[in-house]
Design a protein around this ligand. Sequence first.
Ligand code: IMP
Ligand code: MG
Length: 187
Amino acid sequence: MGHRVNVLFSADTIGARNTELAAEIAALNTERLLVVAVLKGSFVFAADLIRSLHSAGLAPEVEFISLSSYRDGTVSSGAVRIVHDIDSDVAGRDVLLVDDILESGRTLAFAKDLMAARGARKVLTCVLLEKPNKRAVRVDADLVGFRCPDLFVVGYGMDVAHAYRELPFVGVVDVGDDGETKPDQGG
Ligand code: IMP
Ligand code: MG
């Protein structure tokens, strides 16, 4: 790719925030906590967060759901579909949904409704980033890592055209004058 990525949230900044988020989650006194990471974008965040939860004294189970919102370029278009579902029964359990970005809110609203419809006792939501003023549906996250400027971000699990997930920080691709980045197909 060869584009430079400007750091928005450094690895250290994210790590410190994860510790705080885990303390907030521990204070919620959840029971039989099931962390459900919304793939693909949240996999790095979720992996770090569950280790912070361990340090905060929790022992959650962990599941993964892969959701895809149909996207037109880098803009969310509407429908959300399940690409890969969780295996566990969530009935009666406290579920913590973990996602990378809360933007239109469609992904998180879909996941929340799904867990509630399946009989979860409590559905909590934690997102690494929240982009303000972008909501298409009414949904708020219970826990937010950082408020994010209205820029397309990559790294720490998040991609553009399948690239940059491996970066240990969250950044913005510097496309320069003639550059062009290809949009992701969701996740
Ligand atoms: P929502 O359904 O519009 O809230 O979309 C949230 C999902 O869109 C996130 O889970 C990401 O997968 C994706 N997304 C939104 N903004 C960005 C971005 O800036 N970079 C990478 N992915 C994004
Ligand atoms: Mg996502």
